[in-house]
Design a protein around this ligand. Structure first.
Ligand SMILES: *[C@@H]1O[C@H](CO)[C@@H](O)[C@H](O)[C@H]1NC(C)=O
Ligand SMILES: *[C@@H]1O[C@H](CO)[C@@H](O)[C@H](O)[C@H]1NC(C)=O
Ligand SMILES: *[C@@H]1O[C@H](CO)[C@@H](O)[C@H](O)[C@H]1NC(C)=O
Length: 522
């Protein structure tokens, strides 16, 4: 590690161009900072710097990045703290090299320091929790998208409760929520905008026809960061949940935040709560990082999924705490004949270091899987008080495939069912789904799982005997039950292997303990 530190230190002082780059970048930044100081908003730059370091502090670093941090921090320190600078640099390099040893999403989407900073109060917003700030948010977005400031713009949301109707984000921006800032959705649902259904769903997910626009949405945009000091985006979903309970909804409820046809999205250090429907929904997106987020909704709130990557690729979700009324993370790719026709898979999705609790699934794949799902890696997940720990779910009519899924290092406590792979969830958009569209499930490895107080180990049930789910591998999966009544695994139309599984695996997964590996089974 010392070698690593020395190397990056050497690198960062070896390349004058890197220094020059950093210094050049500082001019406009300093001017912006000075302007903000004058405007009495001096916390902005310091806060974005803090969050920037927070992003990198737990991530890998390149010499360029560490140099830039050093240069920025150089600017932030008063000259008297001269001696502190080398110490700070060393500390950062040490941090960087240590974090290099931990797998991380960094690199999927680059972190950007914006050259321009504006505050929502510049547009007449009032953070009293009563004033409707729809216009300030719209004006701010208009301003960012029309001035197209080089290097992008940071929109600062100060502490306070900022009530607003739904609004759209724009490209090349950072939405920065200060500590104590809450962007709150209006509970007046009468004037909530409607948008078209997603083509891969053919209709609203819960009701036919159009759907309510997500509270915060981005359509066809890129280079967007949502961050801050763990400020909150609050959907105030109760009104929507009660409409659902009373069956008085006219259209599908809004998501809390949705990105559609967008790329290079980075969401970190934000709290999402009380979504009317799904919380975070990237759909038809690529290059999305979601990390250090907290997602909260009451356990009895309907359909408040945590994070649902949908027909999207290169998505990385890590270090999240999620406790909601539905699946914590669910990978999807469209619904029956509409999803098949649209043909947009979800692929290259990493989900790691997730902690949480759900009455339904911890980590789910499906059930909308019609565009195909492949290359999914789930690791280091900690679940408690949860319905089903790991849940792969699909149905006749979905078509498509689920392929190359690895789930590793999962801990469960107080779970109804450890693992479920099922092809019988039903749930169709309409009666026109194709009964011959049989989804395939092939190549699912689940390893290093420990569960205590697990009521049932699980079930693996394919759809038809002629086309079973194949290459399902369980390795080092151990569940301990509650009470004396120990339930067994249930299997049908499934092929694969089981090594080191407790309780005893079902015979469909031929024991390969002699070979010691699942990979050779077909
Ligand atoms: C809803 O919109 C209508 C017109 O579109 C307007 O007259 C009414 O005041 C709005 N209601 C609220 C609560 O904003
Ligand atoms: C925000 O929350 C995350 C996750 O809980 C935590 O790791 C991080 O340190 C917090 N950041 C700040 C600035 O409070
Ligand atoms: C399977 O998925 C992983 C990501 O989880 C990927 O690294 C690997 O290349 C994939 N394997 C194949 C054969 O596509």
């Amino acid at each position: 590690m010392i070698a690593l530190v020395a190397a990056s230190f050497f690198m960062s002082i070896q390349f004058p161009t890197i220094f020059a780059l950093g210094i050049e970048g500082l001019g406009p930044l300093r001017r912006a900072v000075e302007a903000r100081y004058k405007a009495g908003c001096n916390s902005v730059s310091r806060q974005s710097l803090v969050s920037w370091k927070a992003y990198l502090g737990i991530s890998s670093c390149t010499p360029l990045l560490s140099t830039s941090i050093f240069l920025v921090s150089l600017k932030k320190m008063v000259p008297l703290e001269f001696l502190l600078r080398p110490a700070a640099l060393l500390l950062m390099l040490l941090q960087c090299s240590m974090s290099m040893m931990e797998e991380s999403c960094v690199g999927v989407v680059p972190m950007k320091q914006r050259r321009e900073m504006i505050s929502i109060t510049d547009f007449g917003a009032v953070g009293d929790g009563k004033t409707l700030n729809t216009w300030p948010f719209k004006k701010a977005m208009y301003r960012i998208s029309h001035q197209r400031h080089k290097g992008g713009t940071l929109l600062y949301v100060p502490p306070g409760v900022w009530l607003t109707e739904s609004f759209s984000l724009t490209s090349h921006m950072t939405l920065f929520l200060a500590r104590g800032a809450v962007i709150k959705a209006t509970q007046d649902t009468r004037n909530w905008s409607l948008v078209d259904p997603l083509p891969s769903y053919g209709r609203g997910r819960e009701l036919p026809g159009r759907r309510y626009m997500s509270f915060v949405q981005g359509d066809g945009i890129s280079d967007v960061i949502i961050t801050g000091e763990n400020g909150t985006i609050d959907g105030q979903g109760e009104v929507w949940w009660s409409m659902w309970r009373q069956r008085s909804l006219r259209f599908t409820r809004p998501n809390l935040i949705e990105f559609k046809n967008s790329r290079d999205i980075l969401i970190f250090n934000v709290i999402f709560q009380n979504s009317p429907f799904w919380n975070i929904h990237p759909v038809y997106c690529r290059n999305v990082v979601i990390k250090h987020v907290t997602v909260l909704a009451p356990r009895d709130s309907p359909n408040t999924d945590g994070i649902d990557p949908d027909s999207s690729s290169n998505i990385c979700i890590e270090d999240a705490f999620i406790s909601t009324g539905d699946d914590l993370v669910a990978v999807k790719s469209g619904w029956d004949e509409y999803g098949i026709a649209y043909g947009r898979p979800s692929s290259g999705i990493t989900i790691r270091r997730i902690t949480g609790s759900s009455p339904f699934s911890g980590i789910a794949i499906g059930s909308e899987t019609s565009g195909g799902i492949d290359n999914i890696l789930v690791e280091n997940v900690d679940l408690y008080n949860t319905g089903i720990g790991i849940h792969i779910k699909t149905s006749i009519g979905r078509g498509g495939h689920i392929r190359n899924v690895t789930v590793a290092n999962v801990r469960m406590r107080r779970v109804r069912k450890g693992i479920r792979i099922a092809g019988d969830v039903g749930d169709h958009p309409d009666e026109y789904f194709n009964r011959r569209a049989i989804p395939t499930v092939d190549g699912v490895t689940i390893k290093n799982v420990r569960g205590v107080q697990v009521q049932q180990p699980g079930s693996m049930e394919g759809i038809i005997r002629s086309a079973p789910f194949t290459r399902i591998c369980l390795s080092n999966v151990k569940f301990w039950g509650v009470g004396p009544r120990r339930a067994a695994w249930r299997c049908s139309s499934v092929r694969g292997a089981a090594v080191d599984v407790r309780p005893r695996p079902c015979s469909e997964l031929a024991d390969t303990s002699s070979s010691g590996s699942c990979s050779r089974t077909a």
